[in-house]
Design a protein around this ligand. Structure first.
Ligand code: FAD
Ligand code: UDP
Length: 384
């Protein structure tokens, strides 16, 4: 009898498996239907020995000391600050849009103060910022929105930015200085030996039994367990009772080139041309030295594995219906990007899993407490 059946061995499932096994000394069966652990953060060495990310580039960044310290138990880190260039009007310019982006694109010599005024002169007043279009045009105006955001967003989501919640494009800031880092977080690192090695260390515990290529559906009625943590798509758990929750998928084309380097930075975005959204060159991210180089092209699609919840009001409404069902389902906890339908980064998922672990502690006493209660109960029944 397992204390927990954990469905999904990504950040959510692996964090909870580790905590429940090592802090509460509980027995965990951790399953994943894929042939590996790590969820979407899974990385592997390709046939040429280059470390690649099977499901697209994953860059770790967080402002949380607690989350960084937690993961640091399972990995050492390489310092890495991510930089992205966008191919716009035939040029490669920094994104997030910054002082150099504008000066290069328009052949200007603005200062930061000038740029603030330059943006202000172009920004469109928006009464209430609701959509991803509002979020950008209200800051930098329509021309830059069209160059950098409209095409990319339509490709990535199959929707116009005016149909998506403001939170999507708000992930990308606008800067008036020369900071060309993609993220501004305090901690920006890559796991020194890759994500998969880090996951292996997280789940390496005598109380954790890992089974890959195992679907929840196939074992839920066979393997005895007391409780479930589900990190897959919440609509699938409930057999799509209220209809399908939309998720956006991606196709990945992984290639290796017989030369040392291909592009100047880890990721180049293509907001105006091409069917793919971006090209990643992993050696920039991993720091690996190798005579060849590995790239991934990302092709967004409606079909395929669910990668992104789609932030739109009606999708949120549908999710809320499933969430109400989830709350009324005893002994099952829903955690992670797909089960809580949140466009969360890795660190946020770890934070969510650690918070869930604390909630479980409030809801379910430690086995030792339970045993004490049971001993007292059985003694009482013997006495009576
Ligand atoms: P997942 O990693 O999706 O894990 C869920 C697991 O559950 C999957 O492995 C799945 O196979 C399994 N599963 C589902 N249903 C079942 C079932 N019925 N039976 C058995 N197993 C099941 N975040 C960052 O912080 N930085 C980045 O740079 C970044 N880049 C990203 C790039 C891409 C292309 C994508 C798609 C995401 C990116 N993310 C990034 C987000 C990151 O991938 C997620 O935050 C994180 O991986 C979510 O972890 P999770 O455990 O919730 O879900
Ligand atoms: N985006 C864009 N152009 C860019 C980069 C981002 O339009 O060059 C928009 C797009 O809608 C994207 C969102 O901003 O989905 C968030 O970008 P991010 O890089 O955070 O996407 P992720 O890495 O999660 O795919």
């Amino acid at each position: 009898m397992y204390d927990w059946l954990i469905v999904g061995a990504g950040f959510a499932g692996s964090t909870l498996a580790e905590r429940l096994a090592s802090v509460r000394n509980e027995r965990v069966l951790l399953i994943d239907r894929r042939p590996h652990i790590g969820g979407n953060a899974y990385d592997r060495y390709n046939d040429d020995g280059l470390l690649i990310h099977q499901y697209g580039p994953h860059i770790f960044h967080t402002n949380s000391q607690q989350i960084f310290d937690y993961l640091s138990r399972f990995t050492e880190w390489n310092f890495y600050e991510h930089r992205v260039l966008a191919q716009v009007d035939g040029m490669l310019v920094p994104i997030p849009i910054n002082l150099d982006t504008i000066n290069r694109l328009y052949d200007l010599t603005l200062t930061s103060d000038d740029l603030e005024k330059w943006f202000a002169a172009r920004a469109e007043p928006v009464e209430e910022i609701r959509t991803s279009e509002d979020a950008v045009v209200s800051k930098v105006g329509r021309e830059l929105y069209e160059k950098f955001f409209r095409g990319y967003t339509r490709k990535q989501w199959g929707l116009d930015p005016s149909e998506l919640d403001k939170s999507v494009t708000s992930r990308v800031p606008t800067r008036t200085n020369q900071d060309d880092r993609y993220f501004g977080d305090e901690f920006q690192f890559m796991p020194k030996h890759g994500y998969t090695r880090m996951f292996e260390r997280m789940v390496d515990h005598p109380n954790i039994h890992v089974m890959t290529q195992t679907d929840y559906r196939d074992i839920r009625d066979i393997v005895p367990h007391r409780r479930v943590i589900f990190t897959g798509p919440i609509d699938e758990f409930f057999d799509f009772r209220f209809g399908k929750l939309p998720y956006r998928s991606l196709g990945f084309k992984h290639i290796t080139l017989d030369k040392a380097w291909y592009q100047p930075v880890g990721v180049v975005n293509f907001p105006q041309t091409e069917a793919y959204t971006r090209i990643t060159e992993y050696k920039h991210l991993t720091g690996q030295e190798h005579p060849k180089t590995a790239l991934t092209y990302e092709y967004p699609s409606a079909e395929g594995d669910p990668y992104y919840p789609i932030p739109k009001p009606e999708n949120q409404e549908l999710f809320k219906r499933y969430e109400r069902l989830a709350l009324a389902t005893p002994n099952v906890w829903f955690v992670g990007r797909l089960a809580t339908y949140r466009y969360y980064n890795m660190d946020q998922i770890v934070g969510q899993a650690l918070a869930t672990f604390r909630r479980i502690g409030d809801a379910v006493p430690l086995p030792s407490d339970q045993m004490v209660v049971e001993v007292i109960r059985s003694k009482a029944s013997l006495a009576s």
